[in-house]
Write a protein that binds this ligand. Sequence first.
Ligand SMILES: Cc1ncc(COP(=O)(O)O)c(C=O)c1O
Length: 436
Amino acid sequence: MRILFSANNVNQSHRKWCFPTAECSTEYTPLPGHTTTHTTIDACYYSPMTTTNHTDTTTADNADFQLSDDIIYLNHAAVAPWPQCSLRAVQAFAQDNAENGSSHYLQWLETESRLRERLRALINAPSADDIALLKNTSEALSVVAFGLDWTPGDNIVSSNEEFPSNRVVWEALERKGVSLRQADLRSAETPEDALFAQVDEHTRLLAISSVQYASGLQLDLQRIGEFCHERGILFCVDAIQSLGAVQFDAQAMHADFVMADGHKWMLGPEGLAVFYCRAELREKLKLYQYGWHMTDAFIDFDRRDWQPADTARRFECGSPNMLGIHALEASLALLQEHGMDRIEARVLANTCLLIDAIDANPSLELLTDATPGRYAGIVTFRHRDLDNESLFRHLTDHGVQCAQRGGGVRFSPHYYTPPEKILRAVDLSKKVSSLG
Ligand SMILES: Cc1ncc(COP(=O)(O)O)c(C=O)c1O
């Protein structure tokens, strides 16, 4: 049984839950229909004191968006709707472009700088110079995979649950004599132990998603990063299912490379991704994309001699995606104005709510690991008596936007998703069997 309590009680040291002991003075509010005892608490839930306040909070958050009332949007792990501020930013950018062409390009560049700084803060990179803006997660993974200097016999350790982008790119190195070892994350006491068991003296890099796209399993990145750091193994994190949902600290976890497109939890458009490369490794990545934008003096078009930029701009070969930059900057401004600590608390609160509601229904089977710290924003489940396709169709027919993944149906609400909509979606899931 989970318990609701204030975001103030969420230990900010990340991924650790604060159990309501004497130190946690805030009162907590059980979910409707849930009884709570201290001995049965295994996670916490953000709810400022009373259900009324809680509703007020989510109503206010919900106003950041203009989703139609008949949609229950539980698909942020796929493609998120844009918040109103991003819609306005895109409209304003389009208007400016239509009326003035590129007359305000210098201002556009300021927005680009602000975005780089926001992304730096989001992942806690040392400097905005460590941040490149690429097309998508796959491109960033390719920059790493085809930038590193491999020796035949090297291997890469990953898991057997990765989204194809984080598998295919490493498999493509086979022609260089590099092999991919895919750990079965369920084969050891912890998923991390399963990864470590695949590591040998030829392991050059460990590539993992921070949160598995299908099961929602969250990895202990700190532990993996320390393991890699101690052994001189490069650590590459596909963070697309974390960034914008939960807090992230690239430095604390010793990440060498981090990548994520903006269209999921970051609430931006498709086609604009963050790529972080630890500064010391920047020159170790061989470049294979060239153009004006990646040179040191990129604004000086008359200059004939050139070097790759010292900064991560060296990975950006041509004109930036200015429209996407304006949209993503606005989306991140919203998240950062709320504060990522609060966003994380809200996301985890919704996940807890979902897990409890599914657990409480004997006709539904939870597939996501419900251990605190092992989930972020994704919850996958199935109906015990019904195939996933029928369940999925029933839900989409009733306005629930979700996905079929990992042998079940995947729900992924964000911070603003009203709890009553989440409960309604679970209610619809359990009632589907009555359709015959
Ligand atoms: C874990 C993970 N990595 C990568 C991607 C997609 O990458 P890209 O930004 O290249 O489209 C997804 C999309 O669902 C994903 O879940």
